[in-house]
Structure formats: structure tokens, C-alpha cells
Design a protein around this ligand. Structure first.
Ligand SMILES: [Ca+2]
Ligand SMILES: [Ca+2]
Ligand SMILES: [Ca+2]
Ligand SMILES: [Ca+2]
Length: 380
């Protein structure tokens, strides 16, 4: 999950708390079932991920700081406490990151797309939550988004990037020990802003998805067969597609594409294939400047929800699938000024996904704790 900035917007205070346990500071209470807490420190965070980074059972948080050119890692101590370990330097203007085991040692690594240096930084995880930056890899011009998948199904993770300046998306095939072949470009439309991965055509080969910010399309590149990606299909959507998530948005068990649209204040859903031919697409209106989206089942029922950051409303809005390809609004929660990137994951281990939201203008990264289990007397 990522956000996008201009270079000029960079600049952020850096706070490094080496191995010091820092409590999360509670803010003014929000009504159940969400309670809000901000991570300590000042972060101009362009992207956040939730993943198990240190080998215990609790999910941790990593973020790219676009202004400070580093990745910050917050390890989960349990009981809703985190410790910030040493920040790791990456390339210039890191815009996005993804977690995956790219060297095959069974430990999650982080892959960072550096827009300013048009490069990728691999941060190799050592299993205790610390990460070591490897030499940067060249990516396409303006590497502004990254996704990981085993596209050629050789058992080794590959990297995909969107390169807005170069008007391409690129795939770097992994050799399994953390090294990658040079980027193989695929021609995008005009301005690919975000990439995602999912199996949209249900052939068990990961497909590559790109949201094109200027061409107002979401493009699908069918996953490679005999080494070549299939021809690009452009799906017309709303104005200025921005955030992108690929996952099961409607609860039918198949991957779908969800994209937010900054100018038309919409979310578009492009449904994955269940019978030959795509099932089509649908949109609904949101609040102002929907920037990013996460798909998760926040209330643990049968159907998933979408959590959408509304940049101009300083809020996250929730929309629940109804089972008929339509969505109903399910409330709004206030966060810091100008929320952009969002990521979902169960941070407190109660079985329900929590949310992490980056609000760069406020220099905050907010955790929205999903308190449904607490409210139901199931949590602590
Ligand atoms: Ca690894
Ligand atoms: Ca591979
Ligand atoms: Ca596929
Ligand atoms: Ca679906």
C-alpha cells in the first residue's frame, strides 16, 4: 500500500529510538469498534506494510519515509506496544515497499521502490527484525510502486515495479538467493502509478495489474506463459486512478481489482473472471479524494469490506460487500490530516484485521485498532 508525493514535498524530522520500548500514545477516543493510536515519531510515510518481520507470531509494521530516505520498522511487543528498531537507509525518495522472502531462507525480506533514484533496494531480513540493505538494483525510470509474486512459477519470488516516468511496468525475475535478472519492461499506457498482483483469469498464474493515473485505466497483463506476459487489457475507469488493491472484494472467492480515483471521488471494482470473460466492473461514490484502499474482513462475517483513505476528509471510510456486487457504506473514522497509504493486518492477534494509516501532511502513522472482539468481550 502506497501513496505518492512530489519531490518537493519531502522533508521530515527523523527520530531514531534504538532498541527503546516506546508506548503508543493514545489520542482522543473514537467510538467503538475502532480506537486510534499514533506510532511515535514523525513520519512522512509514503507506504506501510503489516507483516511478521521478527519471527514471532505477532505482525509488525514497516514504512517508507519519503523525505528521510529510509525504512522504519516497528516490532510488535504485544499488548498494543511497539519498539522502533534502527531505521535502514534506502535509495532516494522511497515510494513503496513490499514484504516477501526473496532469498529463500525462510525469513521475510523487504523490497523498496525508490522513485527518486529509479531503483529497488532489497532489505534482507535476518529473522530477529533487523534488516540489511543490499546494493540497489536499477529499475525503470521513476520506480514508484512495487509488488512481489512468482510470475514464472519457478518457486522464486519476482519483483514488479511501476515506472511512471518511463511509462512502463517492469518485472525482475528472481534467482532465489536474493539476486535478480535485469528489469524486463512491459509497455504501460501513460502514467502507471501503482502495481498489484492477483490471479484475475483464474489460470493459477499471477497476473500483473497497473493503475494508470493519466490514461484513466486499470490495465491487466496476464501472467507469463512460455516466458511472455499476455497482451495488456485496459479497463476504462474513473478520473485519476490512484490506490490499487487486488483481492477478493465481493466474497465469492476470486480475485478482484479495486482502485480509488482522486478526481472523480470514486472506487471502481473490476471483478475477476469466474466464467470466460470478465464479469464486468462497478463503481460507487466516496468522500473526497479517495487515495488508497485495503481489502479485509474487518467484522469477521461472510463478506469482506473495503477501507478507503479520504485525503480531503481526514478519515477512513468503510464499505461492505453486500453479496450482489454492490457495496454499502459502513461508517467513517477520523485519522490525521491528509491520509494516504493504508494497510490491513491483525496486529493484536484477536483474529480481526487492524489498520495502519499514513497521513504525511500530519507526519503521523496511525493504528486503528479493531475493537470488535473487545466490544464483544472476546478480547483483553
Ligand atoms: Ca529472506
Ligand atoms: Ca519466479
Ligand atoms: Ca492468471
Ligand atoms: Ca471476487
Amino acid at each position: 500500500m502506497r501513496a505518492t508525493f512530489s519531490f518537493l514535498a519531502a522533508g521530515s524530522a527523523v527520530l531514531i529510538a534504538l532498541g527503546v520500548s516506546v508506548p503508543v500514545h493514545a489520542k482522543a477516543p473514537t467510538p467503538l469498534p475502532w480506537s486510534r493510536a499514533d506510532l511515535p515519531g514523525s513520519h512522512y510515510a509514503s507506504a506501510v506494510v503489516v507483516a511478521r518481520l521478527d519471527g514471532d507470531s505477532l505482525r509488525d509494521i514497516a514504512l517508507t519515509d519519503y523525505g528521510a530516505n529510509h525504512v522504519s520498522i516497528f516490532l510488535n511487543l504485544g499488548h498494543r506496544g511497539f519498539v522502533r528498531i534502527a531505521d535502514v537507509e534506502v535509495g532516494f525518495a522511497p515510494q513503496d515497499l513490499a514484504a516477501g522472502d526473496v532469498d529463500g531462507d525462510g525469513v521475510l525480506d523487504l523490497v523498496v521502490a525508490n522513485e527518486g533514484s529509479s531503483s529497488i533496494t532489497i532489505l534482507r531480513g535476518d529473522g530477529d527484525g533487523s534488516f540489511e540493505a543490499q546494493a540497489d538494483l536499477a529499475a525503470g525510470g521513476g520506480a514508484n510502486s512495487v509488488a512481489l509474486a512468482d510470475f514464472n512459477r519457478d518457486g522464486r519470488l519476482d519483483i514488479a515495479t511501476a515506472n511512471m516516468i518511463r511509462k512502463t511496468v517492469s518485472v525482475l525475475y528472481g534467482n532465489g538467493n536474493g539476486l535478480f535478472a535485469p528489469p524486463e519492461p512491459l509497455l504501460a499506457a501513460i502514467a502507471p502509478m501503482n502495481v498489484g498482483v492477483g490471479d484475475l483469469d483464474r489460470d493459477l498464474v499471477p497476473d500483473l495489474v497497473a493503475a494508470d493515473h493519466l490514461y484513466n485505466t486499470v490495465s491487466v497483463f496476464p501472467g507469463p506463459r512460455q516466458g511472455l506476459f499476455g497482451p495488456r487489457t485496459d479497463h476504462p475507469v474513473g478520473r485519476r486512478p490512484c490506490g490499487l488493491a487486488v483481492g477478493d472484494a465481493d466474497g465469492d472467492g476470486t480475485d478482484d481489482i479495486v482502485a480509488t480515483h482522486l478526481q472523480s471521488d470514486q472506487v471502481w471494482i473490476i471483478y475477476g473472471r469466474t466464467t470466460p470473460g470478465y464479469r464486468g466492473r462497478r463503481s460507487f461514490g466516496t468522500g473526497h479524494r479517495p487515495f488508497d484502499v485495503a481489502i479485509a474482513n474487518f467484522d469477521g462475517d461472510r463478506l469482506p469490506e473495503l477501507a478507503v483513505t479520504l485525503e480531503d476528509d481526514n478519515a477512513v471510510a468503510f464499505y461492505e460487500a453486500r453479496g450482489d456486487r454492490r457495496f454499502s457504506k459502513r461508517g467513517v473514522v477520523a485519522v490525521g490530516t491528509g491520509p494516504r497509504a493504508i494497510a490491513a493486518g491483525d496486529l493484536d492477534g484477536d483474529g480481526l484485521p487492524d489498520l495502519v494509516v499514513a497521513s504525511p501532511p500530519a507526519r503521523t502513522v496511525t493504528i486503528l485498532w479493531n475493537d470488535r472482539a473487545v466490544a464483544a468481550g472476546r478480547g483483553d
